[in-house]
Design a protein around this ligand. Structure first.
Ligand SMILES: [Zn+2]
Length: 69
C-alpha cells in the first residue's frame, strides 16, 4: 500500500472498518477505553507542530493510537 508522506494534512488511505472504529471507538461491540494520552515531539518530518496521541484499548486487548490534529 502506498504511503503518502511529506504533505501536510494528507494521510495514507485507511480501510473503512478502521475509519469507522476510529470514529466510534468501538471494536468488539463495546466502546474502547482511553488508556493513555501523550504529545508527540515537535519537529515531525511532515513539518507539523506537535500532535496529541490518544491510546485506546478494547476489552479484548486490542489497542491503537489515534492522532489528534
Ligand atoms: Zn476488541
Amino acid at each position: 500500500m502506498a504511503q503518502l508522506r511529506g504533505t501536510a494534512h494528507e494521510r495514507p488511505a485507511e480501510d473503512p472498518l478502521l475509519l469507522r472504529m476510529l470514529a466510534t471507538h468501538m471494536h468488539c461491540g463495546e466502546a474502547m477505553e482511553l488508556v493513555a494520552e501523550k504529545t508527540s515531539p515537535v519537529g515531525l518530518p511532515d513539518g507539523k507542530n506537535e500532535d496529541r496521541i490518544l491510546t485506546y484499548r478494547c476489552a479484548c486487548g486490542f489497542s491503537f493510537d489515534q492522532r489528534q490534529d
